[in-house]
Design a protein around this ligand. Structure first.
Ligand code: ADP
Ligand code: MG
Length: 890
């Protein structure tokens, strides 16, 4: 392949478009405000917490797809009125798709990238949903149309491939064989650059054929996701269209590669990076996406003239494959998709910044001219020469046997090569067409089955992957499970799915489901163990998280809209079964508190992940259990305000009774690592892939994501109100230490004793009627922690200990650790002094409490630092106020 530099086009900047979608259900429920506005091609984003803070960006295109549209009868979204501002799929294609098509036809490489957070509309723009076809199918339609129109001047060949990059593994989405463990290899060749070895490329000659291949690819993606227990929002989907044009008159061949890339959700990187975790270092939650960002930044720097030594293309699979698209030989377009909602402000802003950087990248696109046709010509010419020589040799009558033989060999070889070049395409196409006919027959067959039998339909977290798997339940009895040997079985794979998981019975047009043995089956949010009759639109969860919607016989179906039974619906139903509801907002009448909504959505997002983590733990014999908890942050607020709640994951080592509390981000990160360990384990289990010396069982402790070194755990808090001090009255309290879920963890006996500077308790005579008398005067008091009683933590396991801490001090204070005792004596005393009592301190005393934290210890070595000593408290004497009691935890 030779590349001819185009004279007219020196540098091409990456074109950038931004698109904002309508509110989704979550955002509507939360009563979200739209913070994005657009004026021609500039876009303004407003900080929801500060209306003065607006940022404006300018791109090549800005698409308003947020409002001003209706659905026509066929379900197509169109502008409410002709010429309205709503940007539909057609107008996006007009701007972005047509240009790419034109480029490709001219022989340039072209690349289209969709970037944005999960759920922002990448797949909607690239692939589309139902009648609202996206850029890829539209591009293919137009491509084949253009090919037909130009039939006279050129012969065209289109090759289609579709692949996915998940966790730096390449999965061929069109391959029908079993998946290569570890994925396909990416290789490099001088001429070709990076390419995927053994990737299936299918010759195509019509748009329906391409759509069918995409459907097949999506199906593979869906099943691969369940098998690998992978989350599609973390994967990149690439469609590669190779267009070869043979201009016989000019005897040249042009070839262009069109890369269409639906990138992984842009949001994960930060959520996992925000927090300390001992395993964070080795984690590349999405190496490809991170590297893409680095490449874009480096190229943007190059564009503004900065010296850049190294562009890290080679650091990830994605950037290797996109090398020519970024800063190289390609015309590149990026569509950045945004949620309109205030709650997505940070993400949207970061998307816009990313897009702005991408805008600066300069490519040098060239027309790719191939010597293939010339090669044919050259070979023909050479053969003519050879023939001449042969005949000359014959005429001269010279005995040059060896030379003749060699010449004849060359001749045959050349002829074969010519024929190969000319017939290969025809052959490939014929094969692909046969293949396609088969696929097409399968689809027709499936459509017919849908009209005859009940079936279950997969529901995926990613709407794009929902409804692509249909499993039919014909008359009679059917096992469902991993089993694929038996004829009367429906084979599914997934975490927690048993060999024979359950039995479907379809008799007299009634369908029942019977779970087998220990298998997990949930119907409409409730675990079932008995035979259950299924109704049309029942929700099934098999194993940890294989979610299906049951579709009854056609006569039961009616005209209902199934789309409301999405993934969120399934998980909300589970949460409801656990007693966690979303107020009245499900009816749409009451608007729920947005912060509570966020907690609710965190909760339902984590439910399936926790189920999966538990299943993996069980299969890997990790003896660790995961559970969700709603942590009430109010427990640590010195004013006892009802602050936000937060979802945390409680991790319990079953035998050792060790407990950890992980934040949501930490858990999500760890779960990803667990998946890696699990996959490796699966690979080892299958005999043929046994890797010598690589055993998950031997995973070193410090790399094990299911485990952490034991650390102290905050069990609960108690509030000791300071008001009495303002009157110099001493106080003795039995405080209830409350756990984050409202459990009573212990009783803490504590005192507040106003005293003299030497620590002698004040008497009744010193009591003040009016606290303002304290103003400007010195205040001394002692906090006494006498005893802890009824420690639940120690009752559960005697090898444990506790410490009491004062939370929110500039320097944390802890009592010495006490071990093994359910009612330990603490007998601890701290002296506090304020030399000069200010109004602020007085107000604070009258309205606030000391928050006492009860920390659970799990091993001797790991007690909190013992700073709770007289000397550290004495330092307070210098301060104007009791700095120890800052007003609010930040
Ligand atoms: P992503 O691929 O970025 O994760 P999707 O494209 O799957 O997100 O979009 C998430 C949901 O939002 C889908 O249900 C989709 O139909 C809807 N959606 C996205 N963009 C639009 C749009 N421009 N108009 C209407 N609906 C949209
Ligand atoms: Mg998507």
């Amino acid at each position: 392949m030779r590349a001819k530099a185009s004279d007219m086009h020196g540098k091409d900047c990456v074109k950038v478009a931004v698109r904002v979608r309508p509110f989704n259900k979550r955002e509507r429920d939360a009563g979200s405000r739209c913070i994005i506005s657009m004026v021609s091609s500039s876009i303004i984003i407003q900080d929801p917490r500060d209306s003065q803070n607006r940022r404006s960006f300018c791109f090549d295109y800005a698409y308003w797809s947020h409002s001003g549209f209706t659905k026509d009868q066929g379900g197509l979204c169109v502008p409410e009125e002709p010429g309205g501002r709503y940007a539909d799929q057609d107008s996006v294609f007009q701007d972005l798709g047509e240009g790419i098509l034109e480029n490709a036809l001219q022989g340039y490489n072209a690349t289209l990238l969709a970037y944005g957070q999960t759920g922002s509309g990448k797949s909607y723009s690239m692939v589309g949903y139902g009648p609202n076809k996206g850029l890829v199918p539209k591009l293919c339609e137009r491509l084949f149309q253009a090919i037909r129109e130009n039939q006279d001047s050129r012969q065209c060949q289109v090759f289609f491939s579709m692949l996915e990059i998940y966790n730096e593994q390449v999965i061929d989405l069109l391959s029908r064989g079993s998946r290569t463990p570890g994925g396909l290899r990416v290789r490099e060749e001088q001429q070709r650059g990076f390419y995927v070895e053994g990737l299936r490329t299918v010759p195509c000659d019509s748009a329906p054929q391409v759509e069918q291949l995409m459907e097949q690819g999506t199906r593979t993606r869906t099943t691969a996701a369940t098998h690998m227990n992978a989350n599609s929002s973390r994967s990149h989907m690439l469609i590669i269209l190779q267009l070869k044009q043979i201009f016989s008159k000019e005897s040249i061949t042009k070839q262009s590669n069109i890369n269409l890339v639906d990138l992984a959700g842009s949001e994960r990187q930060r959520s996992s990076g925000s927090e300390a975790d001992r395993l964070k270092e080795g984690t590349a939650i999405n190496l490809s996406l991170t590297t893409l960002g680095n490449v874009i930044s480096a190229l943007a720097d190059v564009a503004v003239g900065k010296k850049v030594v190294h562009i890290p293309y080679r650091d990830s699979i994605l950037t290797k494959l996109l090398q020519s698209a970024l800063g190289g030989n390609s015309r590149t377009v990026m569509i950045a998709t945004l949620s309109p909602a205030d709650i997505c402000y940070e993400e949207s802003l970061s998307t816009l910044r990313y897009a702005e950087r991408a805008k600066r990248i300069q490519n040098r696109a060239v027309v790719n001219e191939s010597p293939t046709e010339r090669l044919v010509k050259e070979l023909k010419a050479e053969n003519a020469r050879l023939l001449q020589r042969l005949s000359r040799l014959g005429q001269e009558g010279r005995r040059a046997n060896d030379e003749t033989k060699e010449l004849r060999q060359l001749l045959t070889h050349n002829e074969l090569q010519i024929r190969a070049i000319q017939t290969l395409w025809e052959q490939h196409l014929q094969e692909a067409l046969k293949d396609w006919e088969q696929q097409y027959a399968n689809i027709t067959q499936e459509r017919r089955m849908m009209q005859m039998h009940p079936y279950i339909l997969n529901i995926n977290e990613d709407a794009q992957l929902s409804g692509v798997v249909k499993l039919f339940i014909q008359e009679g009895e059917w096992d469902i499970g991993l089993c694929d040997s038996s004829q009367r079985s429906i084979s599914i794979k997934g975490l927690g799915i048993q060999e024979r998981h359950a039995v479907f019975r379809n008799e007299e047009r009634r369908v029942t489901l019977t779970p087998l043995a220990e298998s997990k089956v949930i119907v409409n949010g409730h675990a079932v163990s008995q035979t259950t009759e299924l109704q049309h639109l029942d929700r099934l969860i098999l194993g940890s998280n294989c979610t299906y919607l049951f579709i009854g016989y056609p006569s039961e179906r009616g005209g209902d809209d199934w789309s409301r039974y999405d993934y969120d619906y399934f998980q909300s139903e589970l949460a409801a079964a656990e007693g966690i509801h979303l107020g009245g907002s499900s009816v749409g009448s009451i608007q729920a508190d947005p912060s509570l909504l966020a907690v609710f959505y965190d909760y339902i997002k984590l439910i399936p992940m926790v189920a999966e983590a538990n299943q993996m733990s069980q299969e890997l014999n990790k003896a660790v259990e995961f559970g969700l908890e709603i942590k009430n942050l109010a427990l640590s607020d010195p004013k006892g305000h009802d602050l936000e709640k937060e979802i945390v994951v409680r991790v319990t080592a079953i035998g050792r009774k060790q407990v950890w509390i992980w934040s949501k981000a930490k858990f999500v990160n760890r779960k990803f690592l667990m998946e890696e360990v699990y996959q490796q384990h699966q690979a080892e289990k299958s005999e043929e892939n046994r890797v010598e010396g690589l055993s998950t069982a031997a995973l070193p402790r410090d790399k094990d994501p299911f485990w952490d070194p034991v650390e102290p755990l905050l069990l609960g808090t108690a509030h000791l109100w300071l008001q009495s001090l303002a009157f110099r009255i001493s106080l003795e309290e039995q405080l209830e230490v409350m756990g984050s879920e409202g459990t009573e963890e212990a009783i803490l006996q504590a005192q507040l004793v106003p005293c003299t500077s030497t620590g002698l308790p004040l008497g009744e005579d010193d009591i003040l009627i009016d606290p303002s008398e304290l103003l400007g005067r010195r205040l001394d008091f002692q906090l006494v922690l006498d005893q802890c009683c009824g420690l639940r933590w120690i009752k559960e396991a005697r090898n444990r200990g506790v410490q009491i801490g004062l939370f929110d001090s500039s320097q944390p204070l802890y009592t010495p650790a006490v071990w093994h005792n359910v009612n330990p004596l603490l007998d601890h005393r701290v002296h506090f002094t304020s030399l000069h009592t200010s109004q602020r301190l007085l107000d604070y005393l009258q309205s606030s409490a000391v928050v006492l934290e009860l920390w659970g210890l799990q091993a001797f070595r790991f007690s909190r630092a013992q700073l709770f000593s007289e000397s550290s408290a004495a330092g307070l004497g210098e301060a104007e106020e009791c700095k120890r009691f800052t007003e609010k935890r930040k």
